[in-house]
Design a binder for this molecule. Structure first.
Ligand code: ADP
Ligand code: MG
Length: 436
């Protein structure tokens, strides 16, 4: 059999998550947040998870995989794993979606289930990518000798995701509708919904602008005004045509390009969670490069319930340094910020959330927006949408959406939170201050 291994670029490591048992106790919990107990003690101990982790490379552009950076990340990941290795391996990590994804299924963490979940995440990655080159390189030159083999099935799956995914829609922009997979239509429809809701501040057709700036890639630069104007001309979510019955998607004008980087990681998180739930997993944490989904409670005994404690990245410090902790259960915590992917020029920072109004990185005093809500897809879309809208409009949008909370961090270190987080979200770094 002459098959190249698809997994050669992927290093999977297993280790045990170190859990601090001295956590504080909580009372009754609702809507993913604990609203009753005083969550004061125990905040000297670090959180269980952080909305960003130290080994995470700048992420957000789902499709872009920099293999040089990938190698560096894997080395760090491996070191982390070795340091934490215990008798019962539980946490699994993999570099996928352009970032380090860490999943802990705790007592239900058997190998097969992890592999199913990571396989699905990789599939979402290939399906939603706008840079299929890396994946094409994996299958190019592959010769199928035994069509019934596992490798042949994987080959077909990779090929299928590339021909009926987002990259295929982009290739046919202005030419013809493309029959795509159901999951692509699902995510695209959600993206268009949030585009409408945010009046285009969040726009999945931002592709030409993202490519022009190339933030986080080797080609990043400040484009000329005319280039920005030309790219902006091609950004308009209203020009995406979806035909549900035919199962097709179409970009009306040539040169248009979808970029689902602001929502696909969230969708992958929901898919991972779905598979775990179906396998009757009661508690788990999915950390897809800082997009966190928490399943169940951290611990649930007869008389006590412990929630997960998620650390919120300090946007002014290095990765892994948190500025506050939010206790949650059964919910997603997703952050969009200026520190995710950026370059600096002339003392100014150019980050990866772009304004669909002026074509420049959004500059509105916000450093980050964290959204806490059930669905990871929604949290991901909203974190970008609300960041792009700015505090006033973003908050107004959130006020219209039930069971959704947010943490806004501004460049003067002031913090604003939505009502549901009052008394729940705790700042652990005195440099930050919650403003009423
Ligand atoms: P991350 O994925 O790093 O957590 P986000 O979810 O905020 O960050 O997504 C940022 C990514 O979304 C960018 O890298 C780009 O691919 C895309 N993007 C940038 N600006 C917009 C926008 N205004 N609307 C929709 N997507 C955007
Ligand atoms: Mg997002």
């Amino acid at each position: 059999m002459c098959i190249r291994s698809f997994t050669s670029a992927i290093l999977t490591v297993q280790c045990q998550m170190v859990i601090d048992k001295r956590s504080e106790r909580y009372g009754r919990a609702c809507s993913g947040l604990d609203r009753t107990s005083a969550v004061t003690e125990g905040f000297n101990t670090p959180p269980d998870f952080q909305s960003e982790i130290a080994v995470n490379e700048p992420c957000g552009m789902i499709p872009f995989i920099n293999y040089r950076k990938l190698k560096a990340s894997l080395v760090v990941a491996l070191l982390m794993a070795l340091a934490a290795c215990g008798r019962q391996p539980s946490l699994q990590m993999e570099f996928v979606l352009g970032t380090l994804c860490r999943i802990n299924l705790y007592e239900k963490g058997d190998k097969q289930l992890y592999s199913r979940i990571f396989a699905r995440i990789r599939e979402v990655d290939r399906t939603m990518t706008v840079y299929p080159g890396e994946f094409e390189a994996l299958i190019n030159g592959t010769e199928i000798v035994d069509p019934d083999s596992k490798s042949a099935a994987m080959f077909r799956s990779v090929t299928e995701t590339l021909t009926s995914g987002v990259a295929a829609i982009n290739r046919q922009a202005g030419l013809e509708p493309v029959k795509v997979r159901a999951d692509v239509l699902e995510v695209l429809e959600q993206a268009l919904y949030y585009a409408e809701l945010s009046d285009g501040a969040f726009d999945p057709t931002v592709g030409p602008l993202v490519q022009l700036w190339g933030i986080g890639t080797d080609t990043q630069r400040i484009p000329a005004d005319e280039e920005i104007a030309a790219a902006l001309e091609l950004v308009n979510w209203r020009d995406v045509m979806i035909d549900r019955e035919a199962g097709t998607a179409f970009l009306r004008r040539e040169g248009m390009a979808l970029d689902l980087g602001a929502i696909a990681k969230g969708y992958a998180g929901d898919e991972a969670m779905r598979i775990a739930r179906e396998a009757k997993v009661k508690r788990a944490i999915f950390d897809l490069g800082g997009n966190i989904a928490a399943l169940g409670w951290r611990e649930r005994k007869k008389k006590e319930v412990l929630l997960w404690r998620i650390g919120i990245q300090n946007p002014l410090n290095e990765r892994g340094v948190y500025m506050g902790i939010v206790p949650v259960h059964d919910t997603s915590v997703v952050t969009s910020g200026v520190y995710e992917r950026y370059f600096e020029s002339g003392g100014k920072r150019y980050h990866h959330i772009l304004s669909t109004t002026n074509g420049y990185p959004v500059d509105n005093g916000l450093l980050s927006v964290t959204i806490i809500t059930d669905s990871s897809t929604v949290a991901d879309a909203l974190s970008t949408a609300v960041f792009a809208l700015g505090f006033r409009h973003g908050k107004a949008l959130l006020d219209s959406i039930p069971n959704t909370e947010a943490i806004f961090i501004f460049d003067d270190r002031s913090v604003r939170i939505t009502g549901g987080l009052a008394g729940i979200f705790k700042i652990t770094d005195g440099d930050f201050l919650i403003q009423e």
